[in-house]
Unconditional design. Structure first.
Length: 95
């Protein structure tokens, strides 16, 4: 997993449901008071988000990734990367 830095040893990560959003709601409820994980944004219909953006340590993100894999939970964690119209690289000529 690539790391997206927001500060020393921290990054933003997206967690999304691979299919049904019900496991995501349970995950959100389970981390609501976690001191090392901050919920930055919820994406999707009110009360039924399909994606949540977290800020946490890189180590905590790796631990969540392992937890999802070992528990065979249908949740996916990945770095939250800024969107760019042209990929964020050098400007392309002719556009």
């Amino acid at each position: 997993m690539a790391l997206t830095q927001t500060g020393p040893e921290r990054g933003r990560y997206m967690v999304r449901a691979a299919g049904d959003a019900i496991p995501l709601k349970g995950f959100i409820d389970s981390i609501a008071s976690h001191p090392a994980i901050a919920i930055v944004d919820r994406i999707g219909p009110a009360g039924q988000p399909h994606t949540v953006v977290l800020e946490t340590s890189h180590d905590q993100a790796r631990a969540l990734e392992q937890q999802f894999q070992q528990a065979q939970q249908p949740l996916i964690i990945e770095p939250d990367s800024p969107l760019s119209l042209f990929g964020g690289g050098p400007q392309q000529k002719g556009i």
